[in-house]
Design a binder for this molecule. Structure first.
Ligand SMILES: [Zn+2]
Length: 278
């Protein structure tokens, strides 16, 4: 059981209540985010005892099938992001990729088409995709030049342990590529407890740049490069408007996403950030 007055990432006792009364759009349960003054991470409180029940619902994003405007936007953002992510990785050359937390396998399929040899690991994978496995032993047999964790770390019960384990699977000169929502972004500050980037209780940790730097230095690693995920600003803002029950969520979300990206040109505090570490 987590303690609200004890940071679950660094163990510091210097914590305070950040955004409160954050409603989970799926279960309608209410959670808070506490913030650590030492490492700067935010963490979900209370932490649910059985996290799986919050994923079981059919309409969780990654597994959605219904046709709707929301799903069309989701698919569009996913395709644009796949293109953009591969472009970034290619600046470090080709090689094999392990996509840790591969979801439906969309990135793995795209990477394989673009000259990489990609394998996905997804513990709750129920789909039949020969390149995505739910068996950890299978992925541990190899070493990888790139290990990607696209919006995975914030779901982990122990991000430090997860990164440390993943680091062991890197080949010589290999890189870990992590994307996480940024709780220091303009859209977070604008939407507060309605911010869809919190996605409680599925997200247990809420990073900003400071807390991510702290985590990386704890692992004796360093950040080689950071890149924004521009489309996430629009996507997260639209979902946040949906949380606010705004019938014009597409329009307003687009505008706030646009403002967030403009602000980030100056502040570098994008809605979601990709960190390349080694
Ligand atoms: Zn801390």
């Amino acid at each position: 059981m987590t303690n609200k007055t004890l940071c679950s990432l660094c163990g510091s006792k210097k914590t305070f209540l950040g955004d409160k009364n954050i409603v989970d759009a799926l279960s309608l349960e209410v959670f808070n985010v506490y913030v650590c003054s030492t490492c700067s991470v935010g963490y979900t409180y209370p932490r649910p005892k059985n996290i799986n029940k919050y994923y079981d619902q059919e309409d969780y994003d990654s597994y959605q099938k219904k046709k709707s405007l929301y799903n069309t936007i989701y698919s569009l953002v996913q395709s644009l992001n796949n293109f953009y992510k591969i472009k970034i990785i290619k600046t470090f050359g080709l090689g094999n990729i392990l996509d840790y937390g591969a979801g439906s396998g969309s990135f793995v399929r795209y990477a394989n088409k673009r000259g990489f040899k990609a394998l996905g690991y997804e513990p709750i994978n129920t789909k039949r995709d020969k390149n995505v496995t739910n068996k950890i032993e299978k992925i541990k047999k190899h070493k990888y030049k790139f290990i990607t964790l696209w919006h995975v770390l914030e779901h982990s019960t122990d991000p430090k342990m997860l990164l440390s384990n993943v680091k062991k699977m890197l080949s010589e000169g290999g890189k870990i590529i992590v994307a996480v929502p940024n709780r220091g972004s303009y859209d977070n500050i604008y939407y507060k407890n309605y911010w869809a980037g919190y996605d409680v209780p599925r997200h247990l940790y809420h990073f900003n740049q400071k807390s991510f730097y702290w985590l990386v230095s704890e692992l004796n690693m360093s950040i080689v490069k950071t890149k924004p995920l521009y489309f996430d600003a629009y996507y997260v803002s639209m979902l946040s408007e949906k949380n606010k029950k705004n019938p014009l969520w597409v329009l307003f979300g687009f505008l706030v996403g646009f403002i967030s990206n403009i602000c980030a040109v100056f502040t570098k505090k994008h809605s979601s950030i990709i960190y390349i570490i080694e």
